[in-house]
Design a protein around this ligand. Structure first.
Ligand SMILES: [Zn+2]
Length: 352
């Protein structure tokens, strides 16, 4: 039988913590109104301007902030705003996780040139990355967790090395927030997954940037927390300014591994990343519910997408990796306790 979905946003009934009211509306939709609609956006933007005023012209003399840049719509738009609207001098910084889409790489170069922004790309050693992905895949049935640790660590390390003290991210909580039970990767859990295949030393540089340096020296903000992140308007702006033509339902085209990670996520969680990403877009009024249903029903997640065996071979996994990892998950490995993590979060807020 088909899964029951929220009458408004398409979240399926097996999404963690989901409840429906008498009319079939889900609790995430009800929370959305309170969290993102009934808010004072003018006050938020004033706060953003205050932060940028404090960092403008600071940093290393060349760049006053670092923008993690994927070539996707969100980070492209963040760069656009920082340069054109807020008069900042960002460094566009990309981490090539080994699955970079050539089309996105090409776009990044053209786009930053057009905007007059410096672009830097960092690629960790390929053989190390492949070993990390293979190990994560064998232990947990997915490999995205490695990237989830690699990218923020690299961003913080490079900001630190370059003397840039503000990182302006583009994560849009309103449309992209994963369920709490899946947003669980931290340095402790990652090490527990990796430690029987690697020395700490091998992973230190790319995966374990010291938390105290980050707390002490780097402020991390996400621009979509401060202004209305109107996705269709962002697409129109980027089409006009840079010839960026993508459908609003195309997510994370910059990573070749996206369809495979979506399949593996669904295998572990019972619902897919597309379920909550599309639900966020529908709830925010950016795409029609019927379109989201159409997209969701057009993909069969019970089977690996075409190209999956080749991708597994690329990272060195054996052919029977799926049967071998049945039932495994990153949650099998202990992570950091939540109380110290909450204190660290508060401390970070107080420091900045
Ligand atoms: Zn809903």
């Amino acid at each position: 039988m088909a899964l029951r979905r929220c009458r408004n946003c398409v979240l399926p009934e097996n999404y963690p913590g989901l409840r429906f009211d008498d009319t079939g509306l889900c609790n995430e939709c009800i929370a959305h109104q309170r969290r993102y609609v009934d808010v004072d956006l003018n006050g938020r933007e004033a706060a953003l301007r205050g932060i940028l005023d404090r960092y403008r012209g600071r940093g290393n003399g060349e760049h006053d902030c670092l923008v993690p840049f994927s070539g996707g719509k969100d980070s492209s738009y963040t760069l656009y705003l920082l340069v054109k609207k807020y008069d900042m001098k960002p460094l566009a910084f990309n981490v090539d996780n080994g699955f970079a889409n050539p089309e996105a790489q090409e776009f990044m170069k053209e786009y930053t040139t057009g905007l007059g922004v410096d672009l830097e790309i960092y690629k960790p050693p390929s053989d190390l990355l492949k070993r990390v992905y293979r190990h994560a895949m064998e232990k947990t049935g997915e490999f995205c967790s490695a990237c989830v640790v690699l990218i923020p660590n690299t961003i913080n390390r490079v900001a630190w090395e370059k003397g840039i003290r503000l990182v302006a991210g583009s994560f849009c909580e309103m449309t992209e927030k994963p369920p709490a039970s899946m947003a669980n990767m931290d340095a402790v859990r990652f090490w527990n997954i990796m430690k029987d295949g690697f020395s700490r030393n091998e992973l230190e540089r790319d995966f374990f940037f010291p938390a105290w340096k980050r707390l002490w020296a780097i402020r991390y903000i996400d621009i979509p927390d401060y202004i209305r992140w109107d996705v269709p308007e962002i697409h129109r702006t980027l089409a006009r300014e840079a010839g960026f033509i993508k459908d609003v339902s195309e997510f994370r085209y910059d990573c070749r591994a996206t369809p495979y990670s979506n399949f593996l996520f669904n295998r572990i969680a019972g619902y897919s990343k597309m379920d909550f990403l599309l639900a966020g877009m529908v709830r925010s009024g950016f795409i029609e519910r019927s379109r989201a249903i159409e997209i969701l029903s057009s993909s069969d997640l019970s089977l690996p997408p075409p190209g999956f065996p080749e991708l597994m071979e690329e990272i060195g996994c054996r052919e029977d990796i799926l049967s071998e990892t049945e039932g495994r998950s990153a949650l099998d490995y202990p992570g950091r306790h939540s109380i110290p993590r909450r204190i660290a979060g508060l401390l970070r807020k107080a420091l900045h």
